[in-house]
Design a protein around this ligand. Structure first.
Ligand SMILES: [Zn+2]
Length: 74
């Protein structure tokens, strides 16, 4: 009986190994592209490009800083 259990255990291990080495579903190795980082022109904080507010070729972290930044320029 014990021998049967060992055989089953070995088979399970073997299947696990085969599954790992077979080129099936490739694990998500390539991480999602890291977002481009831009700097707020007003407070100099670094923010992801996707959440940045672009104005006059400059980036801002929020609308407030966009207004402040464009005000100081003019
Ligand atoms: Zn800012």
């Amino acid at each position: 009986m014990l021998r049967l259990l060992i055989i089953i255990l070995l088979l399970v291990l073997l299947f696990a190994l085969i599954k790992r080495f077979l080129p099936g579903k490739s694990p998500p190795q390539d991480e999602p592209r890291i977002a481009k980082i831009v700097r707020c022109d007003y407070c100099q904080i670094y923010i992801p490009h996707t959440s940045a507010i672009k104005h006059a070729e400059r980036y801002y972290c929020c609308d407030e800083h966009k207004l402040m930044g464009s005000d100081s320029g003019a």
